[in-house]
Design a protein around this ligand. Sequence first.
Ligand code: BES
Ligand code: ZN
Length: 455
Amino acid sequence: MENVKNYAQLHLQEFIEQLKEYIRIPSISTLAENKKDILNCAEFVKNKLTEAGMENARLFETEGHPLVYADWLHAKDKPTVLIYGHYDVQPVDPLNLWSYPPFEPVIKDGKIYGRGSDDNKGQNFIHIKSVESYIKTNKSLPVNVKFLIEGEEEIGSENLEKFIKQNKKLLKCDAVLISDTSLYAEGVPTINYGLRGLCYMEVELTGPNRDLHSGSFGGAVANPINELAKLISKLQDKNGKVTIPNFYKDVLKLTKKEKDNFAGLKFSDKEYAKELGVKMLQGEKGFSTLERIWTRPTLDCNGIYGGFTGEGAKTVLPSKASAKISMRLVPDQDPEKIAAEFTKYIKSLVPESIKVKITNLHGGYPIFIPLEEKAIKTAAKAVSKAYGKKTVFTREGGSIPVVVEFVKQLKAPAVLMGFGLDSDNIHSPDEHFALDNFEKGIYSSIYFLEEFAKS
Ligand code: BES
Ligand code: ZN
């Protein structure tokens, strides 16, 4: 296996050049104008899998963006690992805040900059290169491997969920390996055992049938922006608790063991606040910061719009105002139930003078992965070996909605072995990925496959 690692070490520069090519493809899944780039990106991944020595590489069309699949199934009597990742990326606005153009990757201070460099191109490329290092060195893999790289993770993975249900045999495996999360801190090998879920809603308020002169009409009718602001302010109380009825009903209580584990991670509120440029942190009373991010549900406005937002002043009483509101969920909350409670509550708060339209944009279930799983132990050992330190176990505040579907449909454990850093600016300007984590990620993947063969 040291030969395999040597291959990776020797070819690292080449891998990085190829990662740049991958990042250059603007595969933004949410924008219709990038549809061609999405297809190019899927083809790129397919070709890289084939070049790595994977077999049966192909695209599966869906109602949305294509999925890329490949396998290598010659390790007789050995377990099978399904490696999942996503080639789609988030939009890049606001563009003026990027130090380098988002799709022209640049390397600076040991980091590669560009949209998707961490989330998730850099992270799924790790596994393609680990597999390549094996096949080029040994002409074989220690376990059976399947790849499934999708193009709709950033928009909720709806088509992949259908695909999993319909292709259980094709995807059958003993573990699903995913690198789309972060290390607890720089240089700290980390295995993640929980993700939050999501319920993403849009609320549109309509007042008068057209925009009005705010002098001629102001005072006569309700202003939808004013009403929207009032509405949003009622969704949380002064202790940071969400006021939607039954919102916390299914939330699992934190165990003493977990509380102790979190406390052992020695999180500094002060440093965290400083890094984010805020005077102090804020959130639900009665919980530590890590508890709030990892184990408590939240409600946040993601966007709010209506009326005049251009330069200077325009006196207008707008006809419409909207907000995009998302709730991060934790085990055992159910996004469908939460959406129904949210809808009922919003309707009860809106005054009669205003019409309301509420849309459920998408949702995803939270997940909690038992640490006793053999695959988790294997992964913990692998990252520890690559980083030369003891592995820590964390949960994450973000979501990967499809993970629950893999576990449910394939009856296989999910392994969240991520190599990002919270400071990598995912979904934000200047997204980047540390090349050190790219390299150690490849070694971790190599060690994981070797070790998993023993199970
Ligand atoms: N890689 C992230 C998930 C993530 C973020 C894990 C932060 C750990 C820490 C993933 O690509 C993502 O952004 N997911 C979306 C899902 C949503 C669009 C359904 C998210 O969490 O917002
Ligand atoms: Zn993302």
